[in-house]
Design a protein around this ligand. Structure first.
Ligand SMILES: Cc1cc2nc3c(=O)[nH]c(=O)nc-3n(C[C@H](O)[C@H](O)[C@H](O)COP(=O)(O)OP(=O)(O)OC[C@H]3O[C@@H](n4cnc5c(N)ncnc54)[C@H](O)[C@@H]3O)c2cc1C
Length: 384
């Protein structure tokens, strides 16, 4: 049985679940706690895809397909509350017809509401909104969603090791042979042999590739989120315009999570909370929910998107959110090393499927993916 080492214990590392179901021996190495990177810090929006409808219909279609799957296989991690896209000015209204057309093209069910009905459903909405569309967005518990995948992977034999940092990649004659691991609990360093290594280190994926002098043009693209009490809406509230800044409010338990901004950083270990971003989030989101301007900030933080930097697109809100599987045998002559880059939490199961299909093809296995209909174990199984 081939042994596969997965680097990274975020939702990208949850590829371990698919590998274990298809009969591989799997070891997941995470330098900190599971979900300590972007996965444990994102908004928790289970995208319907409508956010991407205006500029990336393919990503929108992938989101709605995965949204339906995750609601089924990880129901305990999802609040099935729907979302509203609201137009707040004439510039937003100029996108309205295209938004509906593109949602239809992507297969996203949308219900056009009159503004009175929208405000009856969500009384905190601004009286000035000009249009509202209901879509199947949902709130997910970002941490529990990933932990459900890890709990199921472990039940199927995966060996999941937090506080285990990959500090070296080992290769002989252009073929990966294993990794060097620093165990932060025992203060030891050891070698873990592997037939294949999957780099799922999210914003750190470029640093992992660099261990073998492979250049992966990853840049962390951080964004700021702001948490305020109380929860003002039942549904997720989005601004109806091409995805930009300060245009999402996700209700999480009794809180409203506002976001987000986007910029390009150099180092995922040195991402700041830039001055002014918190106030910008409040100013922009309060155009949709005016009461936000009068609430206290409970907390503010940033998380990084693992984006592949484009030579042609400098605006981080426009760099594709599509995910990519990079086979370093084809790209860099390093057999047995694959990198998973880009994407979003909502679409990581589909990404894992693509990568494991590739792993199967490379190892001569013909085992179909079953993660789309395998109901996940509850995350608590990970601690039993
Ligand atoms: C502001 C913001 C808001 C977002 N909101 C949403 C949202 O609402 N919905 C959605 O679907 N997506 C959202 N996303 C996207 C989502 O957060 C990411 O796509 C997803 O979390 C990426 O997961 P990952 O596993 O690739 O990365 P991470 O979660 O960062 O995991 C990578 C892991 O690798 C580990 N690692 C790094 N180096 C090493 C090493 N040397 N050895 C071992 N382990 C290592 C890290 O510690 C980390 O835990 C948002 C992103 C941002 C920035």
């Amino acid at each position: 049985m081939e042994k596969i080492v997965v680097i990274g214990g975020g939702i990208g590392g949850a590829i371990a679940h698919d590998l274990a179901l298809r009969g591989f021996a799997v070891v997941v190495l995470e330098k900190g706690e599971l979900c300590c990177g972007s996965t444990g810090r994102h908004h928790g929006l289970l995208h319907s895809g409508a956010r991407y409808a205006l500029h990336d219909v393919a990503t929108a279609a992938e989101c709605i397909a995965e949204n339906r799957i995750l609601r089924t296989i990880a129901a305990q991690a999802v609040e099935q509350n729907d979302g509203l896209f609201v137009a707040v000015d004439d510039a937003d209204m100029a996108h309205y017809d295209q938004f509906i057309l593109n949602c239809n093209a992507a297969g996203i069910p949308c219900r056009e509401l009159c503004t009175g009905d929208a405000r009856t459903m969500e009384p905190e909405l601004s009286a000035a909104i000009k249009a509202a569309v209901q879509v199947p967005d949902a709130t997910m518990d970002a941490w529990r969603m990933a932990m459900h995948f890890f709990a199921t992977a472990r039940a199927n034999g995966a060996d999941i090791r937090p506080f285990s940092e990959v500090v070296g990649l080992l290769a002989h004659s252009g073929t990966i042979a294993g990794v060097q691991v620093r165990d932060h609990r025992r203060h030891t360093t050891y070698v873990e042999k592997a037939d294949m290594v999957i780099n799922a280190a999210g914003p750190w994926a470029g640093k992992i590739a660099a261990l073998l002098d492979i250049h992966l043009p990853m840049k962390p693209s951080p964004g700021v989120m702001v948490s305020m009490t109380p929860r003002l809406t039942a549904m997720v509230i989005n601004r109806l315009h091409p995805a930009g800044e300060g245009d999402i409010i996700v209700p999480q338990r009794n809180q409203s999570i506002l976001g987000t901004s986007a910029w390009i950083a150099d180092d995922p270990d040195a991402v700041m909370l830039p001055a002014g971003h918190v106030q910008r989030m409040i100013d922009q989101c309060s155009l949709m929910l005016p009461r936000l301007a009068r609430l206290q900030v409970d907390a503010a933080w940033s998380a990084s998107r693992p984006l592949l930097v484009s030579d042609t697109e400098a605006d981080p809100t426009r760099i594709s959110r599509a995910s990519e599987a990079i086979d370093h045998a084809e790209r860099d002559g390093m057999e047995g090393l694959l990198s998973v880059v880009g994407g979003k939490a909502t679409t990581m199961r589909a990404m894992a499927q693509k990568v494991v299909d590739r792993v199967c093809a490379k190892t001569g296995r013909k085992i179909p993916c079953t993660t789309g209909h395998t109901v996940l174990h509850h995350y608590r199984r990970l601690f039993q």
